[in-house]
Design a protein around this ligand. Structure first.
Ligand code: DGL
Length: 270
């Protein structure tokens, strides 16, 4: 009954934590493609091929349902995977839609035409590949009208977080927030559109000011997954065991993961 959680690296652990808390009886297998992170500077074909390879490994581990806890893969590869690659008995879901449903105050599966929503000025912080894909704006346009989105590509931030260099990460958050504010001085809502960024959520909030609502994905994805599994219990795969797999150096990745989540995490080679 295991479910797979995929990210290019450690960012998806923020999602893993929330889904494990929401669904304590479900075993989760986490796959971090640390060897190839960051994905945010790769082209769409590259992200597609790497994401397919990781997804196949999670299927092998008994996870028929795989969550792409990576916005870059969700933005650059998921649609192509769903259109032509995923077999009938497997599912791959992304992390964008639950976030946009929350921002536009929609219920799960509400497919009514786009309408006006409360927020008008939204800032998106994401990787260069996610920003380039415009997937966020596309998904938002299906649901809301009249929302002005300003996207800030946060070059270097995922690398700094993966390396555990929090001083550099903090400096980068401040400089990307400054750059955003020059384009949109008063955002009403801010989306952290990369699963690595919640690891820096306090720094984002401090740089943005207390009046700005910062949306991050972990809890929203956990709610959506719980709802999905209730409606599709057959998508729980045959795997029975939780685990952590990485394409990187298991020792180094385990150390960084343990530091981020403040609990012992042990990765095995994928
Ligand atoms: N956590 C991934 C995301 O949500 C990081 C992307 C990367 O590897 O650059 O986009």
């Amino acid at each position: 009954m295991a479910v797979g959680i995929f990210d290019s690296g450690l960012g998806g652990l923020t999602v893993l934590d929330a889904v494990s808390e929401r669904l304590p009886d479900v075993p989760f297998v986490y796959f971090g493609d640390n060897k190839h992170a960051p994905y945010g500077v790769r082209d769409a074909d590259d992200v597609y091929n790497l994401t397919c390879a990781a997804t196949e490994r999670l299927w092998e581990a008994g996870c028929d349902l795989v969550i792409l806890a990576c916005n870059t893969a969700s933005a650059a590869a998921l649609r192509r995977m769903q259109e032509s690659w995923i077999p009938r008995d497997k599912r791959v879901l992304g992390v964008f839609v639950p976030l946009i449903e929350a921002l536009t105050e929609r219920q799960w599966g509400d497919n009514s035409p786009p309408r006006e929503v409360a927020v008008k000025h939204v800032a998106l912080f994401a990787t260069p590949a996610t920003v380039r894909s415009r997937a966020f704006q596309r998904e938002l346009a299906f649901r809301a009208i009249g929302v002005d989105v300003e996207a800030q590509a946060c070059g270097g931030l995922v690398d700094a977080i993966e390396e555990g260099d929090m001083i550099l990460a903090e400096a980068l958050v401040h400089s990307h927030v400054d750059a955003l504010k020059r384009k949109m001085p008063d955002p009403e809502a801010v989306i952290l559109g990369c699963t690595h960024y919640p690891l820096m959520q306090e720094v984002f909030q401090e740089a943005l000011g207390p009046e700005v609502s910062v949306y991050s994905q972990a809890n929203l994805v956990a709610e959506s997954l719980s709802d999905y599994l209730q409606r599709h219990p057959d998508m729980m795969g045959p795997g029975m065991e939780s685990g952590f797999l990485t394409t990187g150096n298991p020792l180094k990745v385990s150390q960084n993961a343990t530091q981020f989540l403040r609990r012992k995490i042990t990765f095995d080679a994928a």
